[in-house]
Design a protein around this ligand. Structure first.
Ligand SMILES: Cc1cc2nc3c(=O)[nH]c(=O)nc-3n(C[C@H](O)[C@H](O)[C@H](O)COP(=O)(O)OP(=O)(O)OC[C@H]3O[C@@H](n4cnc5c(N)ncnc54)[C@H](O)[C@@H]3O)c2cc1C
Length: 486
């Protein structure tokens, strides 16, 4: 293992040039101590590299704990990283039953907490520190000369608002997307009045615990859910349970298109993750039973307070339509916060904000299988050498990210940083498919949308995924510097 300069030493009052150690004595900084960030740390340790994980929350897995009441649709087998498991087992950890389905809280308490307490990781995880920006020391985004020889400067803000900086040889951004929900507004901007409704506590994002901590807000109320992904589905199912306990609860579900309704039902029994398929099946039953009122198509435009309720005004089949609600839950997807990396050179897909080479594999316009062509360091690499986006953040705005994907990304990136090119390229990813294969248009046309029959593992690196085109060859290294005239 390299002798690493302790980050505290780097934050001293000495002039910058005296504090900056050689690149290879610096740690690899991982932004985010979620399941994928911690897995990356375990893989780096296995490779003899020095990780330093920076987590904004007070505990590891802060985002996972935020949706802690939600049962996961993948069993433990898919949720535990191999290197993390090896590290834990070295300290006598007993793994949970591989076939059982944890909640978010169980994932954090039975896996992430003990992992973060292992002697190897405990001193390499900083909690309560938010990364606010990353740059190359002494270089803005524009300056090319010699930037690759410069360490990364990672700016962090502690909970007491103290600012400090750390230096890194490489940066792995595993900060997820949970804290940047997409707004209800159909244009992607918040609907007119949406911010005010949120500030007034009448509109919430994500998956509020409608059966637990947030029960009073929704019981006996008319609740409007906007969105069509897994989060919307899970919330609707919980609201239907709440309706059984508090029968005056009314549930309205607004979706952008009718096709999204069929898509939300998912692959049912054809889904290789039975629990994920069951969510869609249960949702369909609730709609057919009349427990939920669906409004599709509906595009939210304006949200106005009217007395103690909200008037949600939008467009449906080219006509204006208004929906009245006591409370609104927006589950319209998540998007990455790219401001962190604004001073670095990135190459993100213009539609999805994910690493460009990954986009053709996960674009929901052409793909809904849930299986992804094997990919790793080369697809995730950015024009800024040493910078990688992994985990939920690597999917940008695309849905269907699975932890198993993140674990494989972590393994490949660690291999790459350790100089093991062969292992970095040899990506073995076996993902359970959703059972629904095709873009939304295809799915909208027929409930019997084409079903993925190919085993995910059968997709060779060069082969197209069953739902989309093959990705272009990996961009790998940044383009060689050109002369001043091109
Ligand atoms: C409700 C829900 C259910 C899901 N169920 C499943 C499932 O069953 N199976 C499955 O495989 N996947 C599931 N996923 C998808 C995905 O696997 C999870 O979102 C998973 O938590 C992603 O892990 P991650 O480490 O990439 O990101 P996160 O878990 O989001 O972790 C990112 C971490 O980074 C921290 N952070 C963010 N910004 C900063 C910053 N600037 N500085 C420092 N720290 C920062 C956050 O506090 C957080 O702890 C689910 C997702 C959701 C939302």
């Amino acid at each position: 293992m390299n002798a690493v300069t302790p980050p505290e030493a780097l934050a001293s009052a000495a002039p910058l040039h005296e504090r900056r150690p050689a690149l290879d004595r610096l740690p690899v900084i991982i932004i985010g101590g979620g399941p994928v960030g911690l897995a990356a740390a375990a893989h780096l340790l296995e490779r003899g590299l020095e990780p330093l994980v920076l987590e904004a929350g007070r505990q590891p897995g802060a985002a996972v704990r935020d949706w802690g009441h939600v049962p996961m649709f993948s069993p433990w087998t898919y949720n535990i990283d191999r290197a993390a498991r090896a590290l834990l087992e070295r300290h006598g950890w007993t793994p949970p039953d591989g076939d059982a389905y944890p909640t978010g809280h169980e994932l954090a308490e039975a896996y992430l907490d003990p992992l973060s307490r292992t002697p190897e990781l405990a001193g390499r995880l900083r909690l309560g520190v938010r990364v606010t920006g990353v740059a190359r020391v002494g270089n803005g985004k524009v300056r090319s000369a010699g930037r690759e020889q410069q360490p990364f400067e990672v700016r962090v803000l502690a909970r007491d608002s103290r600012e400090s900086r750390l230096f890194a040889r490489a940066v792995i951004d595993a900060s997820g997307t949970w804290s940047s929900p997409s707004p209800a507004g159909g244009s992607g901007l918040p609907a007119m009045g949406e911010r005010d409704a949120a500030a007034a506590g009448r509109l919430h994002y994500g998956m509020p615990d409608v059966l637990g901590a947030a029960r009073e807000r929704y019981a006996g109320k008319r609740v409007l859910v906007v969105g069509s992904g897994h989060s919307a589905a899970g919330t609707l199912i919980d609201l239907a349970r709440l309706q059984e306990q508090a029968p005056s609860t009314r549930i309205v579900w607004a979706l952008r298109t009718r096709g999204h309704l069929t898509r939300a039902y998912g692959g049912g029994a054809a889904d290789q993750l039975a629990a994920r398929g069951a969510v869609g099946t249960r949702l369909r039953q609730l709609v057919e039973r009349g427990a939920l009122e669906t409004v599709a198509p509906f595009t939210v435009d304006t949200i106005e307070p009217t007395g103690s309720t909200l008037l949600v005004i939008g467009e449906s089949d080219q006509e204006q339509r208004s929906l009245q609600a006591d409370a609104v839950i927006v589950a319209a997807g998540l998007k990455p916060d790219t401001r962190l990396l604004a001073e670095l050179r990135t190459d993100l897909d213009p539609a999805l904000d994910c690493p460009r080479a990954l986009a053709p594999l996960i674009d929901p316009n052409v793909h809904s299988c849930g299986t992804v062509r094997p990919h790793g360091a080369h697809e995730l690499a950015q024009p800024e050498p040493g910078l990688f986006l992994i985990g939920m953040k690597s999917y940008g705005r695309a849905p269907t990210f699975l932890l198993a994907t993140g674990h494989e990304q972590a393994r490949s990136v660690a291999a790459y940083l350790a100089g093991d090119e062969e292992a970095a390229r040899r990506v073995e990813l076996e993902l359970p498919e959703t059972g629904v294969c095709g873009g939304p248009a295809v799915v909208a046309e027929a409930a019997q949308a084409p079903v993925c029959r190919l085993p995910a593992a059968a997709a060779a690196p060069e082969a197209p995924g069953c739902c989309g085109p093959a990705s272009p060859p990996p961009p790998a290294v940044p383009p060689a510097a050109k002369g001043c005239c091109g």
